[in-house]
Design a protein around this ligand. Structure first.
Ligand code: NAD
Length: 416
């Protein structure tokens, strides 16, 4: 389990937003709990012949606005509390960008670095089989998250389809294009992060072009955000992964680093024209924009005061703790919250799902254009609510998200 209680954090964020909405206590109770949580334990025969038992989870938080949607995470720290918090954030996120989904999340407690490709496939297929009773293209649609990929989504789709007896591409998103994936999906989260960064700069008399940007995490979200920031003329001065961070005050050649060093042994640490620093030092670098795009609870009450960025754009889910949020707000740092900033992934997943259901596929320009439009519109709505309530941006996004879900829940009523 991660050190920080992210479930308690998610619950407090809900209560804080509910305070602006005059919600009934009973309704807050409904919104604060997952609708359904499944814990599965399952064996996998490893390459050595040894049988190892893994624990996995699928949590569906709220279905009032549509089927549930959310990633599957493979990481040693995955647990039920974290998965529940992430499912809850997915509900608000889908509502903030106004797509017709509720939130879900899943995961398996494992270390993918220790698994062979064959073991990863067996683990994925068995886990899919274990949760297949509650996922489905009309009920709950998984997607990639930390430690999972398009390849893992293909195995989930194939396993589910084997059981259904026909191909069900709409059961997962983030698939390869050849299997019904969407153009633009791989880049969508990072692209959305950069659209939000541009909007934040624009609203605060800054310009992304020429700004100093720091990105924590160089995986799907971080590497795309860093590359797009570079393309827009920003100077990306530091990036990191689990092995540590690299820093060059004159800027790093991001596209080159991505092409030559990511995915190879030693990763970005092989690059020499830089200083090697720790992830903790990276967060405290002198910069204009900080994009945490690794894992949760990275900016805490212990290090928030050291953050020098003017704008923090949350690529990761839950990278800033509640206490850190307050410290940053008091310091005048604008935090563009995860449920807005990284919603580009789920927006494009929604596009993928729509395309799969219709068997009609869009061109990349169309995907990117529609994605940018939704992200800009959502940013504008959150910024407006922030000004209206004189509050921080996370609270504003939560007010919009919780309000939409609460309204749908009340409109549908309570069965029976
Ligand atoms: P990923 O596995 O592709 O990349 C994660 C990156 O973070 C890697 O570079 C890894 O080395 C680094 N990392 C992991 N632990 C770290 C640590 N303790 N310190 C520093 N770096 C560390 O994952 P991703 O898909 O890029 O997701 C990153 C974050 O974005 C997660 O919080 C995820 O929930 C969130 N997110 C992802 C998507 C998506 O579409 N992939 C969508 C929304 C939100």
């Amino acid at each position: 389990m991660s050190d920080y209680d992210v479930q308690a954090m998610a619950r407090k964020q809900l209560e804080h937003a509910a305070g602006y909405l005059d919600l009934d206590e009973g309704l807050i109770e409904v919104l604060g709990r997952p609708k359904r949580a499944l814990v599965v334990n399952f064996p996998v025969v490893m390459d050595s012949g040894e049988v190892v038992c893994f624990e996995g989870y699928r949590v569906q938080h709220n279905q009032s606005r549509g089927p549930t949607k959310g990633g599957i995470r493979y990481h040693p720290d995955v647990d039920l509390g974290e998965t529940t918090a992430l499912a809850m954030w997915m509900t608000w996120k889908c509502a903030v960008v106004n797509i017709p989904y509720g939130g879900a999340k899943g995961g398996v407690k494992c270390n993918v670095k220790e698994l062979s490709n064959r073991e990863l496939e067996k683990l994925t297929r068995r886990f899919t089989s274990e949760i297949s009773s509650i996922i489905g293209e009309r009920s709950d649609i998984p997607a990639p998250d930390v430690g999972t990929s398009a390849k893992v989504m293909s195995w989930i789709m194939d396993t589910y389809s084997m059981q259904a007896g026909y191909t069900v591409p709409g059961v997962v998103t983030g698939k390869p294009i050849e299997l019904g994936g969407s153009e633009g999906r791989v880049e969508a989260t990072g692209r959305g992060v950069i659209v939000c960064t541009e909007e934040a700069c624009h609203n605060n008399n800054m310009n992304l072009e020429g700004s100093k940007v720091v990105v924590q995490g160089f995986g799907n979200v971080g590497s795309v955000a860093a590359r797009l920031a570079e393309q827009k003329g920003a100077k990306v001065i530091a990036i990191s992964d689990t092995s540590g961070a690299i820093f060059n005050a004159n800027g790093l050649p991001i596209q080159d680093l991505y092409d030559k060093y990511s995915g190879v042994d030693g990763g970005i640490q092989n690059y020499k024209e830089c200083d090697n620093i720790s992830n903790a030092e990276l967060l405290a670098l002198d910069c204009d924009i900080l994009i945490p795009a690794a894992i949760q609870a990275q900016i805490t009450d212990k290090n928030a005061d050291a953050v020098k960025a003017k704008i923090v754009v949350e690529g990761a889910n839950g990278p800033t703790t509640l206490e850190a949020d307050k410290i940053l707000h008091d310091k005048g740092v604008l935090v563009v919250p995860d449920i807005l900033a990284n919603a580009g992934g789920v927006v494009c997943s929604y596009f993928e799902w729509v395309q799969d259901l219709q068997n009609f596929f869009w061109e990349e320009d169309q995907v990117n254009e529609r994605l940018s439009r939704i992200m800009r519109h959502s940013y504008g709505a959150v910024a407006h609510t922030m000004r209206e309530h004189q509050t921080d941006m996370r609270t504003a996004a939560m007010i919009i998200g919780v309000k939409r879900v609460a309204e749908a829940t009340v409109m549908r009523g309570i069965f029976p």
